[in-house]
Ligand binder design. Structure first.
Ligand SMILES: Cc1cc2nc3c(=O)[nH]c(=O)nc-3n(C[C@H](O)[C@H](O)[C@H](O)COP(=O)(O)OP(=O)(O)OC[C@H]3O[C@@H](n4cnc5c(N)ncnc54)[C@H](O)[C@@H]3O)c2cc1C
Length: 305
């Protein structure tokens, strides 16, 4: 956790951002980002589907500051949705979106209006559009938005982060609604007033939350690359005889391809989260912070030549 904190703090420095945007880091960026445009990313997504995976397409971008930017993001999502609808692989595809890309920093109303526009396009085609969970100041607001929209849009759902103290309550709220939840550990820098800081505690909360969702939730997504947790969850699923069509595993494009393949071969539903777009830096820095080896790659590259 200390490493993660340091990297996320470092990522806020402009010279570091400039460095990672240099040519030197293209290979590392390419590992985590499926491309800068929709055509490239859709092709990546369709190729995954042909191998038997499910996918969730994510246009990178967050915290837009103007209504024009929020509208442009919404239009880009609608274009993505229409391309998915036209794709022969559409049954295996869904969408992930960040509400701050749709204008949540301007107002919740703007974000809701834009989210609804995307949901409206997707609803007749049964395409699910999940609101990713961002930093903790957005969590309660995101949960409220899902509560507000779910009656009319059963194709909306969200993500809950095991590190937040409030998450067990939010899990119950989502179970009550019957809304779909992706459970993750949590990727942002959060103070100890709102989030657990010790990895073993976050892992414990993750397993507890995932089990609750598997028993009582609506098609939960178990999103982690943690081998130990995956093994525990598989054991629990077996014990409780939970059928495979009642949940899915999710992993991020470029992370633990070996595990993705293993789960797929074992017959589980595995969805790959596929991010694309030019605004990749904040997403990329969160991925760097998750694993010391990623930073080591950067350090090594700097000392080469
Ligand atoms: C599909 C998906 C969607 C997500 N959506 C959100 C969201 O909406 N909001 C949010 O806050 N977080 C989100 N996350 C990120 C999540 O919160 C964690 O930060 C991230 O998944 C790392 O935690 P972990 O569960 O993999 O476990 P960790 O304990 O962090 O990692 C376990 C192992 O996985 C491997 N690993 C993990 N991350 C990386 C990496 N970046 N590079 C290389 N290897 C790695 C390493 O081998 C590591 O030892 C998402 C994660 C997934 C898989």
């Amino acid at each position: 956790m200390v490493f993660r904190t340091l990297v996320l703090k470092l990522a806020a420095f402009k010279p570091f951002e400039k460095l990672t945007k240099s040519k030197l880091f293209r290979p590392l960026v390419k590992r985590f980002v499926a491309g800068e445009d929709l055509d490239t990313a859709l092709k990546v997504g369709e190729d995954y589907v042909k191998q038997g995976y499910l996918v969730s397409m994510d246009l990178l971008g967050e915290n837009v500051a103007t209504k024009q930017e929020a509208d442009a993001e919404t239009s880009a999502y609608i274009e993505m949705a229409n391309r998915i609808i036209a794709s022969p692989q559409r049954d295996a595809m869904n969408i992930s979106v960040k509400l701050t890309a749709l204008g949540m920093d301007l107002s919740d109303e703007i974000a809701v209006e834009n989210y609804k526009k995307i949901l409206d396009v997707c609803k007749p085609h049964d395409i699910f559009v999940r609101a990713d969970m961002e930093a903790s100041q957005y969590c309660g607001r995101t949960v409220k938005i899902i509560e507000q929209l779910f009656a009319n849009y059963t194709n909306c759902g969200t993500v809950l982060q095991a590190y937040l103290h409030r998450t067990p309550g939010d899990i119950q709220t989502m179970i009550g609604l019957k809304a779909r939840v992706r459970i993750v550990k949590g990727a942002y820098l959060e103070p100890d007033t709102v989030a657990y800081q010790i990895k073993s505690k976050v892992d414990e909360m993750y397993v507890a939350g995932a089990k609750t969702l598997l028993l009582d939730g609506n098609y939960p997504a178990i999103a982690t690359h943690d081998e130990k947790i995956i093994a525990l969850i598989k054991e629990f699923i077996k014990q409780e005889a939970i059928p495979r069509e009642r949940y899915e595993f999710q992993m991020i494009f470029g992370v633990r391809r070996d595990l993705q393949e293993m789960l797929l071969k074992e017959g589980y539903n595995v969805r790959i989260y596929i991010p694309y777009g030019a605004a990749w830096y904040p997403y990329f820095s969160r991925r760097l912070a998750e694993r010391p080896a990623n930073m080591l790659f950067i350090a090594k590259s700097l000392f080469k030549k």
